[in-house]
Design a protein around this ligand. Sequence first.
Ligand SMILES: [Zn+2]
Length: 68
Amino acid sequence: MATRETDAADTVDTYEYATYAPTPEICPSCCMPIPAGQLTRRGMFARQDGPAVVAYWHTRCVRADGSR
Ligand SMILES: [Zn+2]
C-alpha cells in the first residue's frame, strides 16, 4: 500500500479568518502578547464563566485540528 506524504500545509481549522491585530492582544493559547499589526488568527474564545469573546491567536499557535 502506498502511503501519501502529507505536508503540514493543511489549513483546515475552526478559526474565522486570518487578520491583522487592530490593537495589542494577548494570545489565549500561550498568554504571550501580540503586537498591533501582526498577522493573527481571529476567532471566538469560549469562556467557561461568560459569553464567547473575540480573540486573536498567533498563527503559530493555531493547530490544523482546531484545538486551542
Ligand atoms: Zn500564541
